[in-house]
Design a protein around this ligand. Structure first.
Ligand SMILES: [Zn+2]
Length: 97
């Protein structure tokens, strides 16, 4: 891969410099805390394809972060759908017999 070409790439979001992570084949913007994947030597400079990383552990805990995001999404889904289905049940029939 041509490293000089990579050095010309800038973050599509903040236009800042990118850091090339050879181990994980990613281009990282520390300002945005996003890592853009490099597929077969071709950088994918799309925010939708980028991975948010923890600047304290940029090269690890990806799975943990993904799991936490999944849990957070699940919690949001539960909160959005409501957690008290009993409230929707019909009222008990009044005594009429
Ligand atoms: Zn950026």
């Amino acid at each position: 891969m041509d490293t000089r070409m990579l050095q010309l790439l800038v973050c599509p979001i903040c236009k800042g410099p990118l850091e090339h992570w050879r181990d994980s084949q990613e281009l990282a913007c520390k300002a945005d805390r996003l890592a853009f994947p490099v597929h077969d030597g071709i950088p994918v400079m799309l925010e939708s394809e980028a991975r948010a990383f923890d600047p304290d552990h940029p090269h690890g805990h990806e799975d943990g972060a993904a799991a936490l995001a999944a849990v957070a999404a699940a919690v949001d889904a539960v909160a959005a759908s409501g957690t008290a289905p009993e409230a929707a049940s019909p009222p008990a029939p009044s005594a009429g017999a």
